[in-house]
Design a protein around this ligand. Structure first.
Ligand SMILES: NC(=O)C1=CN([C@@H]2O[C@H](COP(=O)(O)OP(=O)(O)OC[C@H]3O[C@@H](n4cnc5c(N)ncnc54)[C@H](OP(=O)(O)O)[C@@H]3O)[C@@H](O)[C@H]2O)C=CC1
Ligand SMILES: N[C@@H](CCC(=O)N[C@@H](CSC=O)C(=O)NCC(=O)O)C(=O)O
Ligand SMILES: [Zn+2]
Ligand SMILES: [Zn+2]
Length: 379
């Protein structure tokens, strides 16, 4: 087959032309990678709730037309000048949280949030402020620096990591977001061993938090979800109990119930719903004096969190995490090895598979209570 290196590639991509619209499979042109960029043939991608959040128009950073997707796996097709970290043929995972190892954030040792490409990423553009995608003669925005709903995508070299070539990409693509976020939210939070934990929301993220908290050795893990169908899932992943707030007697408030059954509240709580009222409950279900609540869920544009400041004055801590605090280029190869060695669950989360042409059905799957993660075959 003729080499595509340096050429514009024509391929299929799922384009979202406007907020709230279904994705449309289109022929797109994907320009070759410029300096410090990498063009990737995407083989599989998960659909994360954050893709739906932006598609639906709830993302204050949302731009259209756009190629969504940020939970992918693929093979490097070609590299731009100056790229040394990956090579053609490498098995890679695109990273929506870059890791340049040079910026103030990366060098701080305090955060995984890299500053190198974040501003252009938020504008749906590559670091030189242009797009590599066109469709029907017009530029199409990138998304989260990854755009994995395209058969070929271009990412910055700081936004991609090579992993073990034997890893099945239809599984480890989930390390591009969901599994890693949940894992990091727990392991990077000191003190979970022998502690009490509440997890609000039992989607892929919440279940991953439950599973990791169980592995780390939490003494009691209470899963909270408004869908009782999630009870079996939560218990299977390691929760010790399950509570459905809508089934409490006499309209009792969930935070009052949780504080009562835990003798004062939890050591740690996690929001994995993106609902700001639930975030408040998660904070207020923390134990006075030391409870720590972590926000993972992403809330819609215009939403704000609130609580009585007294909740914080009396020793509760409110914090949040992006991509689980994980530095992707440094840590993802190890997580892939953990998966290959049976130390990290991924297969269990993949409940649905879809062909690329069925990607909109994959979004519908996500709204059904029985879908944890849908993986799309991009071939
Ligand atoms: N910070 C980060 O880096 C990341 C954040 N996210 C965000 O994390 C959140 C979770 O993602 P994901 O697991 O994929 O989403 P899902 O939609 O799969 O899971 C959310 C779960 O929360 C349940 N839920 C909804 N409302 C409530 C409520 N009031 N009380 C308790 N449970 C409730 C849902 O139930 P039902 O099924 O009935 O709707 C569902 O089971 C999203 O907001 C996503 O955008 C995702 C990845 C990374
Ligand atoms: N664009 C949104 C913010 C969305 C958000 O918080 N994204 C998370 C990852 S969610 C993955 O599924 C994140 O990494 N945030 C940090 C970042 O730098 O974006 C908005 O504007 O509200
Ligand atoms: Zn995600
Ligand atoms: Zn950086």
């Amino acid at each position: 087959m003729a080499s595509t290196v340096g050429q514009v590639i024509k391929c299929k991509a799922a384009v979202c032309w406007g907020a709230g619209e279904s994705l449309k499979i289109e022929e797109v042109e994907v320009a070759p990678p410029k300096a410090h960029e990498v063009r990737i043939k995407i083989l599989h991608t998960g659909i994360c709730h954050t893709d739906e959040y932006t598609r639906s128009g709830k993302d204050s950073e949302g731009l259209f037309p756009v190629i969504l997707g940020h939970e992918g796996g693929g093979i490097v097709e070609s590299i731009g000048e100056g790229v040394t970290s990956v090579a053609p043929g490498d098995c890679v995972i695109p990273l929506y949280t870059a890791e340049c190892r040079e910026c103030k954030f990366c060098k701080s040792g305090k955060t995984n949030l890299c500053g190198k490409v974040r501003s252009t990423q938020g504008q749906g553009l590559m670091p030189d402020s242009t797009s590599r995608f066109t469709c029907r003669g017009q530029p199409v925005h990138h998304f989260m620096g990854t755009s994995t709903f395209s058969q070929y995508t271009v990412v910055a070299d700081v936004s991609v990591v090579a992993v073990n070539k034997t890893a099945p990409l239809d599984k480890v693509c989930l390390l591009g977001c969901g599994i890693t976020t949940a894992w990091g939210a727990v392991v990077k939070q000191p003190g979970i061993k022998d502690s009490t934990v509440a997890v609000f929301g039992c989607g892929a993220i919440g279940l991953g938090v439950i599973s990791t908290a169980a592995v780390v050795g939490a003494s009691r893990i209470i899963a909270v979800d408004i869908n009782s169908g999630k009870k079996d899932w939560a218990l299977k992943m390691g929760a010790t109990e399950f509570v459905n707030p809508t089934e409490l007697p006499g309209g009792r408030r969930i935070q009052d119930h949780l504080v009562e059954i835990t003798d004062g509240g939890f050591d740690f709580t996690f929001d994995a719903t993106g609902n700001v009222q639930v975030m408040r409950v998660a904070l207020e279900a923390c134990h006075k004096g030391w409870g720590v609540s972590t926000i993972i869920g992403v809330a819609a544009a215009g939403q704000e969190i609130a609580t009585r400041p007294f909740q914080l004055v009396t020793g509760r801590t409110w914090r949040g995490t992006a991509f689980g605090g994980v530095k992707g280029r440094t840590e993802l190869p190890g997580l892939v090895e953990d998966y290959l060695n049976g130390k990290l669950k991924i297969d269990e989360y993949v409940t649905h598979h879809r062909k690329f042409e069925e990607i909109n059905e994959g979004f519908h799957d996500m709204h059904r209570g029985d879908c944890i993660r849908c993986v799309v075959d991009m071939s």
